[in-house]
Ligand binder design. Structure first.
Ligand code: HEM
Length: 492
């Protein structure tokens, strides 16, 4: 009897072992899904989601004019994790901070990939940038090169560079002499000058044709790449054979962008007195010091595409954020007064530095509330499962595309009371520190300098406050509006 039991136990043990071996082999069969569910406690239910149409699946869901709001409204019906099918691609949309953290922090290595995309490859020099490149040894080396360069250059000069640009912006605003203007271009120039100074040691005037060319083509690329004419090429490869004027325009803008960046890098290389503190110097230096034991992973293309990453990542995001902040302050002028009074008391007339942020809780709360209410990268950057995994107990097969809906998570009624209202006060109770990053320091210093020296008011002849719904593409922007930047009497 005892022998019989131990034979059964041994048999069962072997069976379990066999099942684990099948699991580890990474076979794509349904069996694997069930094994995962059995051992990892994953739910046997399929991920919920809207019913799709023949061939196109749920593609129409992605054509809504304000995608983050639409995806958030779907979450109210299907829950904080749901799936959309587009052609052969399955996307899983994550709408709460719990599921986003589970995927991108706890299980980051399962979801470290980026979607494979024909059009993404075209805008990213064949996947050679860090925002769209897939998770490979080369990508890791590239990311560490860029982050290292940022750390080195920012450690020495970030504060000064931002201060200089904030004071330039002050001068531009003073020169309007209280005229009603749309400030969006001035914000773009200020944010862009921070990046170009850090990258090449170069800053531009608003009227510079070089700057205008650069921004018009970067903006065009982001806008065209987000359009359905282009994303359809990823879903239906057959369409690539047909003429597509939008795609031809995209190719022309990419060529223009590459010419501008190549000129910059070549000019830098040809300088007699090279500034060794700029990011380009650090990136080129990093290329030279690659280990010779392995094949050299990174080339000039990676330096080129890192510059594109920083320019795209660092300009429109910061500029859009400043535009949102002024728009919301026009709606609640008393918040502006509180921030100003706090600075008057704490700073006693001097300009703030980043280390003052803990002594300026009202200003910090304003920044946090703006980041919550209008995340300027509302759907972040899509990720891809590089192996089978699970989120919230659901089985997620390899190659599933993951969309972190930050807009949805920031409006989650389970976490935020009255989530659609602009209430910086909500952050005053919680407190909370912030880490030293380019973006956070820029947002803090630009906002502090602007609100110390100016009161933003609605023009007298303007009857409507700015529209706060926004226009959503890769970056979430406020619709253009005019504002008067009235100098504060004691800081002229
Ligand atoms: C309001 C300001 C900003 C916001 C809200 C923002 C948001 C984001 C988000 C959500 C991602 C995607 C992360 C992921 O899921 O992989 C990202 C990536 C990135 N951002 Fe920003 N960003 C801002 C400013 C900046 C600035 C100033 C820079 C330039 C120094 C920058 C450079 C980048 C780069 C290079 C990436 C690629 C991802 C990586 O390093 O892994 N961003 N940003």
């Amino acid at each position: 009897m005892e022998t019989e039991i131990s034979m059964i136990t041994l048999g069962a043990g072997l069976l379990l072992l066999l099942l684990f071996v099948v699991l580890l082999q990474g076979s794509k069969s349904t069996v694997q899904k069930y094994i995962y569910q059995f051992f990892l406690g994953s739910s046997s239910q399929a991920i919920p989601g809207p019913t799709g149409y023949f061939l196109i699946g749920n593609m129409l869901e992605l054509t809504h004019d304000h995608l983050p709001i639409h995806l958030t409204s779907l979450a109210r019906g299907f829950g904080n994790i749901y799936r959309l099918k587009c052609g052969n691609t399955t996307m899983v949309v994550l709408n709460s901070s719990d599921v986003i953290k589970e995927a991108l922090i706890k299980k980051w290595s399962d979801f470290a990939g980026r979607p494979m995309s024909y059009t993404g490859d075209i805008v990213s020099g064949g996947g050679c940038n860090i925002s769209l490149g897939d998770y490979t040894e080369r990508w890791r080396a590239h990311r560490s090169l860029v982050h290292g360069a940022l750390r080195r250059c920012c450690h020495q000069s970030l504060h000064n560079v931002i201060e200089t640009q904030a004071l330039n912006l002050r001068k531009v605003l003073m020169d309007y002499h209280g005229r009603a203007v749309d400030l969006s271009e001035d914000f773009t120039v200020a944010a862009s000058n921070v990046i170009t100074t850090l990258a090449f040691g170069k800053e531009y005037d608003k009227s510079s044709s070089e700057l205008q060319q650069l921004h018009s083509c970067l903006n065009e690329i982001v806008a065209l790449w987000g359009s359905s004419w282009i994303s359809a090429l990823d879903t239906f490869p057959l369409l690539r054979k047909l003429p597509n004027p939008v795609f031809s325009r995209l190719l022309r803008e990419v060529a223009k962008r590459d010419e501008i960046i190549t000129n910059h890098i070549n000019n830098y290389k040809l300088q007699d007195q090279q500034n060794k503190e700029v990011i380009t110097a650090s990136l080129l230096q990093g290329l030279k010091h690659q280990s010779t034991e392995h094949e050299k992973l990174l080339t000039d293309v990676h330096v080129h595409m890192a510059t594109v990453d920083l320019l795209i990542g660092g300009t429109e995001t910061t500029a859009a954020w400043l535009n949102w902040t002024v728009a919301f302050l026009l709606h609640r002028p008393e918040v502006q007064t509180r921030v100003y009074e706090e600075m008057c008391t704490v700073l006693e007339g001097r300009y703030p530095s980043y280390s003052d942020r803990h002594r300026l809780p009202v200003l910090s709360a304003l920044i946090s509330e703006m980041l919550r209410l209008r995340p300027v990268a509302p759907l972040a950057v899509p990720h891809r499962a590089i192996r089978d995994s699970s989120i919230a107990g659901y089985f997620i097969p390899k190659n599933t595309v993951i969309i972190p809906n930050l807009f949805g998570a920031h409006h989650d009624p389970e976490v935020w009371q009255d989530p659609y209202s602009f209430k910086p006060e909500r952050f005053l109770e919680g407190g909370g520190g912030s880490s030293r990053t380019v973006a956070k320091m820029e947002l803090f210093l630009f906002t502090a300098y602007l609100l110390r020296d100016f009161q933003f008011v609605l023009p007298e002849n303007e009857s409507c406050l700015p529209d706060l719904r926004g226009v959503a593409s890769v970056v979430l922007k406020v619709k253009a509006y005019n504002v008067v930047a009235r100098p504060r009497p004691d800081h002229t």
